[in-house]
Design a protein around this ligand. Structure first.
Ligand code: PHE
Length: 373
């Protein structure tokens, strides 16, 4: 695994009008939590590597240091994401400039690795998405991508057609993975849609009384293989979110905890040990502040959340729409959002929270075309 090249601030936060990367996002680049063997994300990555190594020793090449700044082409076009797909919107994706993004999934590396002639690989990395704020959403998280290519001898020996063979092999592989991580759990396959696979599925497991989606996968669309590796092959691909799985496996209640430097969190986990159940060391009280404003057509919740994150950082626990009404006479729409502030490491003072809320308010009125109420 190659090391991530260091990216300077100027390379990521450019003056291009399309740029929407904030400082708090830039500062996450290069942290590479998944490379720390005793961090929950590193432990999970290691456990998945172990599974593939046991099943197919030496078969999968692993990449876990590919830089997250990628060509928009690699993130979208090369894996057949249509020109009008929502994920391309700057409301959802961080753009460095119109041709360059912070990858929004590890699928961004499929084509380039196939072009290197690698036929089975796992890619782990940080991915970036503009999103809402709550206990399970964070604008940076980690994914692992898996791809395996087969040739005609493989499906002919099994007496199946190529797609059927890849699909069967994919499902067997991922059911085995889920069992390796979760033990004897109930599982089900749900039909899904991804532009780069057909057929596509999500795997769900029954855990703590509910069905939980653990990954997306499918049989790779043929043009991706034909173009980047050569004709006559077939492949499966999957992508899974490491935080989501780690929260379930280790009982981690809030996604911000993955980023804490607090030893009371970090000390609880041990490299190679999947059995740790996180014990909350303390829970400080949340403090709620409301902000209401008249919106304009350009308003989006992701833009609001970006402001809250840049002002309050990880002290912002949740941003929730609690009131939404349209004035019968003027036709204007008002939103009221409730912001929950809470530190996971200490208690916050009233002064501190009031100062944050004041800055959130003034930044909203400067940057979003809304009128505070
Ligand atoms: N890239 C998809 C996502 O982020 C997951 C995926 C990967 C689905 C590979 C199918 C194949 O949601």
């Amino acid at each position: 695994a190659a090391a991530t090249a260091t990216l300077s601030r100027d390379e990521v936060i450019t003056s291009h009008p399309y740029n929407n990367v904030t400082d708090s996002i830039f500062q996450k680049i290069g942290t590479n939590l998944h490379q720390q063997p005793s961090h929950p994300l590193g432990i999970l990555k290691g456990a998945i590597y172990d599974y593939f190594d046991q099943q197919h020793p030496g078969t999968f090449t692993t990449f876990d240091g590919l830089a997250p700044v990628v060509a928009a082409k690699a993130n979208f076009d090369e894996i057949l994401i249509p020109a009008d797909h929502v994920s391309r919107s700057p409301n959802d994706t961080y753009y460095v400039d119109p041709d360059t993004v912070l990858r929004c999934h590890t699928s961004a590396h499929q084509a380039e690795i196939l072009r290197q002639g690698v036929r089975a690989f796992l890619v782990t990395g940080d991915v970036y998405r503009r999103d809402s704020i709550d206990a399970t959403h964070y604008p940076v998280f980690h994914q692992m991508e898996g791809v395996r290519v087969f040739n005609p001898a493989d499906w002919q020996a099994a007496g199946m057609d190529a797609t059927q063979f890849a699909e069967t092999e994919l499902k067997r592989t991922l059911e085995g993975l889920a069992q390796h991580l979760f033990g004897a759990v109930e599982m089900r396959w749900v039909d899904a849609y991804f532009p780069f696979t057909e057929p596509s599925y999500e795997l769900e497991i029954f855990f703590n009384g509910e069905w939980l989606e653990v990954l997306g996968c499918g049989v790779m669309q043929q043009p991706i293989l034909d173009k980047n590796l050569g004709p006559g092959q077939k492949a499966w691909a999957f992508g899974l979110g490491l935080e989501r799985l780690a929260m379930v496996l280790f009982d981690i209640p809030d996604i911000r905890l993955f980023w804490t430097a607090d030893q009371r969190f970090l000390k609880q986990f041990k490299a190679g040990d999947l059995t740790t159940k996180f014990k909350s060391y303390s829970k400080y009280p949340p403090c709620y502040k409301d902000v209401a404003f008249w919106i304009s057509d350009a308003f989006t919740e992701n833009n609001l959340c970006e402001i809250v994150r840049s002002v309050a950082g990880d002290l912002a626990e949740e941003v929730k729409l609690i009131d939404n009404f349209t004035h019968p006479k003027t036709g204007r729409t008002s939103h009221c959002y409730r912001i929950a502030y809470r530190s996971m490491d200490r208690s916050l003072t009233d002064e501190e929270i009031n100062a944050l809320q004041d800055e959130v308010r003034s930044t909203i009125s400067d940057k979003l075309k809304v009128e505070l109420r």
